[in-house]
Design a protein around this ligand. Structure first.
Ligand code: SF4
Ligand code: SF4
Length: 296
């Protein structure tokens, strides 16, 4: 079961076809976060730490209910709290579960030069393999969601794995299991999109949230973590969720055309040296009248 649910689709820095690529996928997995029913209890934060074996870290109080100012290499799941003043002057908490979005077109994987440091499975999960990570942090610049975080001690980068170990064994992610309100759901992408669209329609038809909608950004090919937002037109209000995230074109350039141009340059250089050698032969020492030797 594990091998079927975690068939590899793409590998960072890997020449040739990824092992297991083009095998049939059972289904795309997806996590649905309904921000409109999140109560900010942070059970998902605790579950994430416990399942992945990390301890709680000291934090700083900066006038918010957030546990940490930001996610970190050993804190992959953070509920962001934003105070929002509505048009009628009333006040709302906007709470969003922040973690890796498991992009269909992951900028982290596109940017990574290390063979096998980042793996995308056929079911949509994007996973890091720290054993192969060289600590260059290109994945950090490639991610439009500011997710991969560097551990300065081990010089490796970490992020949410979407509990690939649990999912590979047919289980739901730990955060989903812990959520007490039903704000988190897990299933196939198709089912989660369906559920999310129904919830957004319900909000538009029966509440004051006329702009409710589903966040599944096309710029990264869609994501395997999707949100229902009260206001789909302003995702930035939810802890800086980017409106139109895309993979930085420079990442594509240096991994695409520039890489090929560099490779061609090396080939032409080697051919030039070979021709020069065949035409002029090896360098020989010249003897000057004074007896000095000079290389030409
Ligand atoms: S959110 Fe960032 S780290 Fe996660 S898959 Fe997308 S690009 Fe990679
Ligand atoms: S730091 Fe990021 S980009 Fe660099 S090797 Fe590790 S995973 Fe790949």
């Amino acid at each position: 079961m594990a091998s079927k649910l975690l068939q590899i689709k793409a590998i960072s820095g890997h020449a040739g076809v990824a092992p297991g690529a083009n095998m049939s996928r059972d289904y795309d997995v997806c996590k649905l976060v309904d921000t409109t029913t999140c109560i900010g209890c942070k059970a998902c934060e605790v579950a994430c730490l416990e399942w992945n074996g990390y301890d709680f870290q000291p934090t700083t109080f900066d006038n918010t209910y957030q546990t940490m100012p930001d996610t970190s290499w050993n804190y992959w799941n953070l509920i962001r709290f934003d105070e929002h003043v509505n048009e009628d002057g009333s006040f709302s908490w906007l709470m969003r579960k922040d973690q890796c979005m498991h992009c269909e077109d992951p900028g982290c994987l596109a940017a990574c030069p290390a063979d096998g440091a980042i793996v995308q499975y056929e079911n949509g999960i994007v996973d890091f393999n720290q054993a192969n990570c060289i600590g260059c942090q290109y994945c950090v610049t490639g991610c439009p969601f500011n997710i991969p975080k560097f551990n300065p001690t081990t010089k490796k980068v970490f992020k949410c794995t979407l509990c690939s170990d649990r999912v590979g064994a047919g289980l739901e992610p730990a955060c989903i299991k812990a959520c007490p309100t039903g704000c988190l759901h897990f299933g196939s992408k198709e089912d989660m999109k369906d559920l999310a669209n129904k919830r957004a329609t319900q909000l538009r038809e029966h509440t004051a949230h006329q702009n409710a909608g589903v966040y599944d950004p096309e710029g990264v090919g869609g994501t395997h973590v999707i949100y229902v937002l009260h206001d789909i037109n302003n995702p930035e209000k939810y802890g800086g969720l980017p409106k139109n995230p895309t993979v930085n074109p420079m990442v594509r350039l240096w991994k695409g055309p520039l890489k090929w141009i560099g490779g061609l340059g090396m080939i032409f250089g080697a051919v030039g040296i070979a021709f020069h050698y065949l035409r002029y032969g090896p360098k020989e020492a010249e003897i000057h009248p004074g007896g000095d030797r000079e290389r030409n």
